[in-house]
Design a protein around this ligand. Structure first.
Ligand code: GUN
Ligand code: FE
Length: 424
């Protein structure tokens, strides 16, 4: 038996990279979690189907956080006084080491998942830590909350402190394979993703071993790319035979081209690296707030889009201070304007339309047909009640949406759906 439900409200969605469509008091027909149609007036044949009416609230596609570190949520908003490599050693690694303790992980991951549930995020691609029990706990909590996610047990076996490093390459690979077997079919909406932290953290044999596991189990990959100048200089020393950082991943068999792959940041990817990203269909996770906080720079996102790269948006907590994808949209726009004003007039600033697209359709595409209101797409949605954001003048729906992105927080998120299932 097919299950049909109707959703009614002020609908706003990306109809392309540069266009937002809005429908006042429109109807969404959802069949078995998938959008069957978007209607201005309800077709006769659907009359009588169960309906959820959200009145004057805005109903938008759920947002995808394409790159976020769950264990770093605990120290969000702290330690913003350093660049990447020093920040990792000073704040990040000591915090991630705590997830050896399952009781600590229970508290910290409960907090992370609760905050994520109340945000506009419906799907996320997540880094955990090297620890198996805590990673599986995180996956269970995300699944129980009804959020869709890829979660990675992190791999790191060099240039990391003794207290946060794999015992050996073989141990890391055995642990990773055990974790894959335990989690690949264990959840409704959560799946494993192969996760080398980044090349400086992983020896060549670990990278090759992870690539074999990726192939054996048909899994996607996530990592970090070209975020920071010192990091990139380090890659030149570690991988002297590679043409660039992306090429180094490619030589390890960890850079897409036939399987899904996400690289966070790409702030300093040069033209050749961008070409490889495009050729291999690698998704770029753009993390504007993190790139500001860690003084990494600003990626040329509009150029990526013009050149046909897959791009989504990321909070990169705790490089970013907040789990809100609304704030990530705002930061993406603001950062792009400073980049344009201060040092590169060849890349135009992001429009609101483009930044909203990144947060919804851009990142959603990593999960398949996700991120907009179009027949055949999964029904992922966030309902924003913007009535507290009062204004004296008449505003169009598109303008209410733009304001809500700048002004709303989790108090305005009053309902949420993932693949047709109401989770909030
Ligand atoms: N590169 C390697 N690890 C990390 C991390 O935890 N955060 C960020 N922003 N970059 C990284
Ligand atoms: Fe990151």
């Amino acid at each position: 038996m097919k299950h049909m439900q109707l959703i009614r409200g002020n609908l706003c969605w990306s109809s392309g990279m540069d266009t937002i469509a809005c429908m006042e008091r429109g109807w969404l027909a959802v069949e078995d979690g998938v959008i069957e149609g978007v209607y201005r007036t309800l077709p006769e044949r659907l009359a009588g189907c169960p309906t959820q009416d959200f009145g004057d609230a805005l109903v938008l596609p759920g947002m995808t956080d394409l790159h976020v570190h769950a264990p770093q949520f605990a120290f969000r908003g702290l330690g913003m006084d350093m660049e990447l490599l020093e920040w990792l050693n000073t704040y990040t690694f000591p915090e991630e080491a705590k997830y050896r303790d399952l009781a600590y992980a229970e508290r910290a991951y409960s907090s992370f998942v609760t905050h994520l549930l109340h945000s506009t995020t419906t799907r996320a691609v997540v880094f955990a830590t090297i620890h198996l029990p805590a990673t599986e706990l995180l996956m269970r909590k995300l699944d129980d909350a009804g959020l869709a996610a890829y979660v990675g047990k992190v791999n790191m076996n060099r240039s990391s402190p003794d207290y946060l490093r794999e015992l050996s390459t073989n141990h890391a690979l055995r642990d990773t394979e055990r974790w894959i077997l335990e989690t690949k079919d264990a959840f409704r909406t959560v799946r494993p993703i192969i996760t080398p932290r980044f090349i400086p953290s992983c020896t060549d044999d670990l990278m090759f071993g992870l690539a074999r596991l990726r192939e054996k189990y048909g899994l996607p990959v996530q990592s970090h790319l070209s975020e920071n100048y010192s990091e990139i200089a380090w890659i030149r020393e570690l991988c002297p035979k590679s043409k660039n950082y992306g090429d180094a991943y490619d030589q390890f068999g960890m850079f897409g081209g036939g399987y899904p792959c996400i690289m966070a940041h790409c702030v300093h990817s040069d033209e050749r690296e961008q070409e490889l990203i495009a050729r291999n269909g690698v998704f770029v996770a753009h993390a504007p707030e993190s790139n500001i906080n860690l003084a990494s720079g600003v990626a040329p996102v509009s150029r990526f889009l013009d050149n046909g790269l897959h791009v989504g948006l990321s909070t990169d907590v705790a490089g970013g201070s907040h789990e809100s994808m609304l704030r990530a949209v705002m930061h993406a726009i603001q950062a792009s304007k400073l980049r344009w004003r201060l040092y590169d007039q060849t890349v135009k600033p992001l429009s609101f339309e483009r930044a909203f697209y990144l947060a919804t359709m851009g990142g959603g595409a990593f999960f398949g047909q996700v991120g907009t209101f179009r027949p055949g797409y999964a029904f992922d949605a966030a309902v924003l009640d913007d009535s507290s954001l009062d204004h004296p003048q008449e505003l169009s729906l598109r303008d209410r949406l733009e304001r809500a992105v700048y002004l709303a927080d989790d108090r305005n998120v009053t309902a949420k759906y993932v693949a047709g299932r109401r989770v909030l």
